[in-house]
Design a protein around this ligand. Structure first.
Ligand code: UGA
Length: 429
């Protein structure tokens, strides 16, 4: 039995690697010929080393192709294409529809289609209906199975998911088939209808995003009264009903998922006549929070004019610490605003690939020590803490705006000015 995976991004590659580990022969399909050529050589273009290792180990059990006709060989097809946001916050289904058309054209009568892409509520049922009308003989079955993996831990999260959800219409045989493809603890498997599964993905991401916006709002209050939001987090998180995930205050959430999924759910609710006030508040708080370092900088210098020629360093360009992905990067969003007014901006991020950094068109440092030494204003956007390995003296007279509150006390003491959403402002007497 061959299994095909359509769309070879984070989700597709993690699903594919997991299938290889479970002993399946796999076909990986993507329209990007550059990506496919690299994959056939056992190389992946994203920073998920565990996936690359698995790929290299099982290379003879997988074929990567740009030819959709190869899908005829598969009896199970996973759809893992991305579903980005449109300017009006609705979901771009172009890639999803292309995948659906390929399935319709090339798959066998009895194919099982498992959708992993995040799609608006109602899309899976529509797809099953369309298939039933266009292909009345046999039965292509469509199941929606939301993916909850985090970038940077993609394979671990697929190997050991917190829950495995299947939405659709099931008989016992289909339930057994789905439970055996990805062998996980049966208690973690939930079968439900299409709409509940689709909405569960949006609800989960929105709830996590809401936790981040909530703790960021609390951090603003904490700054005003001199409280430490990290301690508040610890205290809250000890209540198992709250738990500690997504409670780190900082510059808010970025990336390819929370940002688009919050907007998409708000937009879907609006289209259904539901005014999703909590979701909107979480988006609004985040939009403000993403610019909090710039707001502070503007406040302390009373306008950007005064720092037009000042040396400014951005530490961390990816959207979160443990990956080099710059999609939805908060740092780059801030850079775009600053570069209109400041002439001397430098960048540091060893996880982001060189070409991407170069395309940003600013001076790039490859040594963090040198970078700090050569710049006066330091803006930290990353959760990575390698900065704490440097000598404390390097921070003497520096203006540090620490978006994730990672700098240790001995260094903070050296700064001429320090701000973080966790500790608030610390000015040298
Ligand atoms: C997120 C979810 O965590 C996954 O469960 C989900 O499957 C995935 O989206 C998806 O829909 O595909 P991911 O985008 O990889 O995963 O990243 P997270 O680690 O959740 O971080 C998202 C953003 O929130 C980052 O910018 C991060 O810096 C920020 N964040 C995270 C905080 O500001 N505070 C926190 O406490 C945690």
């Amino acid at each position: 039995m061959k299994i095909a995976v359509v769309g070879l991004g984070y989700v597709g590659l993690a699903v594919l690697a997991n299938l290889l580990e479970n002993g399946y022969e796999v076909i990986g399909f993507d329209t990007d010929s550059y990506k496919v050529a690299a994959l056939n050589d056992g190389k992946i273009l994203i920073s998920e080393p565990k996936i690359e290792k698995v790929l290299q180990k099982y290379l003879e059990h997988v074929t990567f192709t740009t030819r959709p006709s190869e899908l005829t060989k598969a009896s199970i097809i996973y759809i893992c294409v991305n579903t980005p946001e449109k300017p009006d916050w609705s979901v771009e289904l172009k890639y999803f529809n292309e995948a659906k058309d390929s399935v319709l054209k090339y798959s066998d009568h009895e194919t099982l289609v498992i959708i992993k892409s995040t799609i608006p509520v109602g899309t899976s049922r529509k797809m099953q209906h369309e298939i039933d009308v266009k292909r009345p003989t046999g039965r292509i079955r469509v199941v929606f199975s939301p993916e909850f993996l985090r970038q940077g831990y993609a394979l671990d999260d697929v190997r050991n998911p917190s829950r495995l959800v299947f939405g659709g219409e099931f008989d016992e045989a289909l339930k057994i088939k789905l439970s055996t493809i990805n062998p996980v603890n049966q208690n973690k498997i939930i079968f439900t209808d299409y709409e509940s599964a689709e909405l569960s993905k949006y609800s989960s991401n929105n709830f996590l995003a809401l936790k981040i916006s909530y703790i960021n709002e609390i951090s603003m209050l904490a700054n005003k009264v001199g409280a430490n939001v990290d301690d508040i987090k610890k205290i809250m998180a000890l209540d198992p009903r709250i738990s500690d995930g997504c409670l780190n205050a900082g510059v808010g959430f970025g990336g390819g998922c929370f940002v688009k999924d919050t907007k998409a759910l708000y937009q879907q609710a609006k289209a259904l006549g539901v005014d999703a006030k909590i979701i909107k508040a979480s988006i609004d708080r985040n939009t403000e929070q993403n610019r909090i370092l710039l707001t502070k900088l503007d406040e302390i210098y009373k306008g950007f004019k005064k720092i037009k020629n000042e040396s400014i360093l951005i530490v961390g360009l990816s959207f979160k610490g443990n990956c080099g992905d710059v999609r939805g990067s908060i740092a780059i969003d801030n850079l775009r605003v600053m570069e209109r007014q400041c002439n001397n901006i430098s960048l540091y991020d060893p996880l982001v690939n060189k070409e991407t950094l170069k395309s940003l068109d600013h001076k790039i440092f490859t040594s963090l020590e040198e970078a700090i030494n050569n710049n006066k204003i330091i803006l930290i956007f990353t959760e990575r803490t390698e900065i704490n390995k440097l000598d404390d003296e390097l921070f003497e007279k520096k203006i540090v705006l620490d978006g994730r509150g990672i700098l240790e006390q001995s260094k903070i003491k050296e700064c001429a000015y320090y701000y973080s959403p966790i500790l608030g402002e610390i000015k040298k007497r």
